[in-house]
Ligand binder design. Structure first.
Ligand code: HMG
Ligand code: MG
Length: 304
């Protein structure tokens, strides 16, 4: 199959990236980051989550972030929602798109959202139905698609089951999360092939954390199957608070550089996204976890 001519990048840094930060990031910094990412050309920028503030304190200010955000026309700012309480908060805050999330591992599901896979799917079906009735777009996540921090290897059939259920409850797109970044290309290929039996490829996205440095290779393998939506996090921020040892998503800068080099259009300006990455990295007091961001700052710039 030929590579897609265009890839939509879903920027998850302000949510997946920041949710793992122990020190609270001020609302203004989050707003500046989200706006810079939209200015860089990203059409989907996850803005936060309406989850329990006891579980993820960093996301407790999502309503304040949304209130101060200048929403750019044509850009979607989804928020994560785990239950009806979260959906009600989303509706109060004029959210147009939510993301619901389930896992292909029962142990991870309990650790992350305090219920089994099946309980989560029946709860989320009601949330999705209500969100759709209110005219919201609903995106779905399946976590642990290439491995679980507690259970190890995960059967592709379990991933297909969860992804299929999310699709059937009305999610327009299912993002396949390698939560702990353990996957390798042939495993990613087999997993997507199994999921494609339940969900059409155009409705699939990939969400690869880069803990083991395999994300770009896995993205390439996924593009070869026709996947054309890639989640990434500016400066490679992040991890999941309930996935021990997991580091950030693949860096947006690295994905843009890869796709530019393959003449695959993204609409994202590499310099602008790298600038947004330097902004948040400076605030967090660390260098960006993006090879491309570091290379752009070095004296011997590659051609790009
Ligand atoms: P629970 O304790 O079973 O829920 O947690 P509960 O219904 O018993 O409620 C407990 C308390 O939380 C109550 O407050 C509720 O009101 C409150 P209290 O009476 O104790 O004061 N509460 C809420 N508050 C605000 N917003 C809400 C909400 N719901 C309940 N929506 C629950 C269940 C799902 C709430 C909890 O486990 C939770 O919030 N988990 C979220 C964990 C999370 O955000 N993880 C990270 C995102 S997932 C991820 O990163 C993976 C992904 O990137 C893909 C990948 O990489 O694989 C998407
Ligand atoms: Mg994630």
């Amino acid at each position: 199959m030929p590579y897609p001519s265009h890839v939509r990048i879903v920027e998850v840094g302000p949510r997946d990236g920041l949710q793992n930060e122990k020190t609270l990031v001020p609302v203004d910094v989050k707003v500046t980051l989200i706006q810079a990412l939209a200015e860089a050309g990203l059409k989907t920028v996850e803005a936060g989550s309406f989850v329990s503030p006891k579980w993820v304190p960093q996301m407790a200010d999502t309503a304040a972030v949304l209130a101060r955000l200048h929403r750019k026309p044509g850009v979607s700012y989804p928020v994560l929602v785990p239950n009806q309480t979260g959906l009600e908060a989303a509706l109060r805050n004029n959210v147009q798109e939510i993301a619901i999330f389930a896992a292909a591992s029962d142990t991870f599901s309990h650790r992350n959202i305090n219920c089994s896979i099946e309980e989560s799917l029946s709860r989320l079906a009601a949330v999705a139905a209500s969100a759709l009735a209110h005219g919201l777009k609903v995106r779905g996540y399946a976590s642990c698609v290439l491995g679980c921090p507690f259970e190890g290897a995960i059967e592709t059939a379990a991933v297909a089951h969860v992804a299929g259920a999310l699709y059937e409850m009305g999610c327009y797109e299912i993002s396949l999360g390698d939560t702990i970044g353990v996957g390798t290309p042939l495993k990613a290929h087999a997993m997507i092939s199994a999921v494609a039996e339940r969900v059409p490829i155009p409705a699939l996205a990939i969400h690869y954390h880069d803990t083991w440095g395999q994300a770009l290779a896995n993205i390439l393998a996924s593009l070869q199957l026709g996947i054309s939506v890639v989640d990434s996090s500016v400066a490679g921020l992040g991890g999941c608070p309930y996935a021990p040892g997991a580091t950030g998503n693949v860096a947006t800068e690295d994905v843009v550089y890869l796709l530019n080099g393959m003449n695959i259009e993204t609409g994202v300006d590499l310099d602008q996204v790298a600038s947004a990455g330097r902004f948040i990295s400076q605030h967090l007091g660390r260098a960006p976890a993006s090879k491309v961001a570091v290379a752009l700052q070095s004296t011997c710039l590659p051609t790009r």
